[in-house]
Design a protein around this ligand. Sequence first.
Ligand code: CDT
Length: 320
Amino acid sequence: PRKIKIAAAQVGTVHRTSPREETLSRLLQLLGDAASQGAEVVLFPETTFTTFFPRYLIEDEAELQSFFEHGDVATAPNTKPLFDKARELGVDISVGLGEATEDGQHFNTSIYYHSKTGSILSKYRKIHLPGDFEPFKDPNAVNQLEKRYFLPGNLGFNAFRVPKLASNSEPIFGMMICNDRRWPEAWRCLGLQGVEVVLCGYNTAGFAPHLWGADVSQTPEAAEADALFHHKLTMQSNSYMNATFSVCAARCGMDDDKYNLIGGSCIIDPEGKILAEAKTKGDEVVFAEIDLDACRQGKTRTFDFARHRRVEHYGRIVGQ
Ligand code: CDT
């Protein structure tokens, strides 16, 4: 067996004005809790260190920049304590962040931090940016201005091996961010590299009819149930179709007493079944021990890509 103890650190309400130190102390608590359960890898949500700022039209440049991380996250004062603690505990972490590059570009990014070497083993920049550049005209609509604040990721979907996990068998991980999980192409790019664990942090609005193109008269409860259903549907089906485990971590709860985000952080096996799932919509560790050998059934039988795919008929997918 190739076992790993893995956790999703779900993070509850964070307001637009929540002090960073307060949010950071909650992240440290979650990391400590996960480590005490034996976790070797912990996934944190999309834009872990702040509220989900793309819902606001932010015209003040200083405020906007305050939601981004500038420089090396592992050593920048705002974020360093999380990486120091990961190193001290010997727990790898995958963390989402608003990335501002030295030359002024902005990406919605996720990194995998390898605690044994104190290095960033892999970086992913979100490719499928949902929402709009301009806010909706309706002042009550929930916006998702990711196309305004981020460039589409430019690093591709790269699976990577993690040394010194699962009895040194170097499991194959991949990262995606929130909306990416709705795109089978994202999963297939990782699946084709033999991915065994997909990590996906997210911020998903529970009630945003303008954004989803849904009936505005739908109740908030019904809308949230739909959003949760589609979240699990995409995670479970794509895990199954690529014979991979997946872990997803939510930023969730009611931000600014107005913006509801779904919970539903979970750990899914290669058969598409949920192994562990959040019980709350607040700060919570979701934990499971997984055996990567369980990927073999799918990878060698039903989803043995080399034997069963018929790529000569897939040209349309890549615009050929
Ligand atoms: N953060 C993020 O990507 N959220 C989107 C909202 C839906 S946009 C129609 C998501 O896919 O969950």
